[in-house]
Design a protein around this ligand. Structure first.
Ligand code: PA5
Length: 464
């Protein structure tokens, strides 16, 4: 692949940071440790424990997704994902990158793309009810995505939607508006699909939610809105190939993981900000936030000892957050790394017209493009941070296209499992989230879980 993602990490290293930052010798010293992490990840991959590596090579699922999207999927103008966490964030990242960038101000009617994809990843009634009132149910396909088939948020959304579909269509019509993406064997969603003959796509048992973007979880919503999923998977395969190197300096995911690990554990910088200088990559930063947090934030290490480790991923937008966050990044505690996401060739650009040539405060802008301004702001922020001894690195995509996004998503997933090895934790589980899920079941009266919820504590609220 000629259009390859580039990782520029000079500004993580002490020679660029006036003595602060990571000593290049420390990076060299971690080369063997990285090789061990690489070997352990390869072992777990070969043993079938880490399933996401296989996703870019699975032609059967790719075909199933294509058949559905090009067949029944064509009958709908609106696709709605019901899912949460890893079952939602990948679809948003793909949509924002490749179809509809993140905008703050324009409402949906002004976003002229078709067919539409909505991702409902919360259960706030003030959003869900009005949304369902507004869309044309006859035009809507609901993709219920849940690996476990038991997540309270997703299943309650499903029950609300099912009820509306049931009141609007006959049995056959009701079924046509649903497709489930879930475990191939287990879970209540699979059982309902069998009993009611609802179309389904599988999530492989060895692929967890946050590593599922290249399974049917991300591929079906992407294909429904016309994203080139073959190019996406090809980009991911290319990155997998690059990351087969055991040489730290040649492995982009390895470098990303080792540098962030050293920043956290040796430079006291546990805050990892991902700052996108492209509206299109905003969703990737959000997706990464979950991937990094849920995979690495752990109480126990793999030996069962209490370690309470994990960096805190944050997201920011350039240039917007230069006027919100960057003051803190420049002068606050030395507890952060900033990873800039940027694009070499922006598909669209806009020239700033020449005007007020007698006013130098404005005239310098005329004739440049908005893309040039955004790029200059990113470079200036990176240099200013380095000047102040603040660690930062840049992930540069040649273009925001399906191949580039496939590379980026795969790189960050591989980096996450390497980082799991470096921290000594299992990046594939999420026991902290599970406990919260069980307590919710208890509070909502699910049989077998009431004991978990216990008594409601006495409220200690401030009164007027
Ligand atoms: O990454 C994960 O495993 C989680 O974020 C899950 O995706 C999330 O909890 C939703 O779970 P499920 O897909 O089982 O409904």
């Amino acid at each position: 692949m000629s259009d390859r993602l580039v990782l520029d990490y000079n500004n993580m290293l002490s020679p660029r940071l006036g003595g602060r930052g990571i000593d290049p010798a420390r990076l060299e010293a971690l080369a063997d440790r990285f090789a061990q992490a690489h070997a352990e990840v390869a072992r777990r991959r070969d043993a079938g424990e880490i399933g996401f590596f296989q996703l870019p090579y699975q032609s059967e699922v790719r075909e199933q997704v294509g058949n559905f999207a090009n067949g029944l999927g064509q009958a709908f103008g609106t696709a709605v994902v019901l899912g949460i966490g890893g079952s939602a964030l990948g679809a948003v990242a793909l949509r924002e990158a490749l179809v509809k960038p993140h905008w703050n101000e324009l409402d949906d009617d002004a976003r002229d793309y078709f067919p539409r994809l909505y991702v409902l990843d919360n259960v706030d009634p003030s959003t869900l009810g009005p949304f369902l009132d507004r869309i044309d149910l006859g035009q809507a396909l609901f993709n219920v995505i849940s690996k476990s088939g038991s997540t309270a948020e997703t299943m309650s959304q499903f029950l609300v939607v099912r009820d509306r579909l049931g009141r609007t269509f006959d049995d056959d019509g009701y079924r046509r508006h649903l497709v489930f993406t879930t475990d191939p064997e287990k879970g209540v969603l699979r059982r309902i699909a069998r009993d009611e003959q609802i179309a389904t796509l599988p999530i492989p048992p060895n692929v967890g939610g946050r590593f599922s973007v290249l399974s049917a979880v991300g591929l079906l919503p992407a294909a429904l809105i016309g994203i080139d999923i073959d190019a996406l998977l090809a980009g991911a395969r290319d990155m997998d190939e690059r990351c087969s190197s055991t040489q730290l300096r040649e492995n982009p995911a390895g470098l990303f993981a080792v540098l962030q690990y050293l920043a956290d554990t040796e430079q006291r910088a546990p805050m990892h900000v991902m700052m996108s200088y492209s509206d299109r990559l905003h969703g990737v930063a959000d997706w990464f936030r979950q991937l990094w947090a849920e995979s690495l934030g752990k109480e126990k290490n793999r030996a069962g000892e209490t370690v309470n480790v994990g960096p805190t991923p944050l997201k920011a937008m350039g240039a917007t957050d230069q006027h919100s966050q960057v003051q803190l990044y420049m002068e606050g505690p030395y507890d952060k790394t900033i990873t800039f996401l940027t694009v070499d060739q922006r598909g669209e650009d806009l020239e700033v017209p020449k005007a007020y040539e007698d006013m130098p405060e404005l005239a310098y802008l005329g004739g440049h493009t908005m893309g040039e301004l955004l790029s200059a702001e990113r470079q200036a922020t990176a240099r200013a941070l380095a000047h102040r001894g603040r660690m930062n690195m840049t992930l540069r995509l040649p273009r925001v296209d399906a191949g580039g996004i496939g590379q980026l998503l795969m790189m960050l997933q591989i980096a996450t499992v390497y980082a799991g090895e470096l921290y000594g934790v299992d990046p594939l589980d999420q026991p902290g989230v599970e406990l919260g899920k069980q307590l919710t079941y208890g509070l909502m009266g699910r049989p077998g879980y009431q004991a978990e919820a216990g008594e409601a504590p006495d409220p200690h609220w401030m009164s007027e």
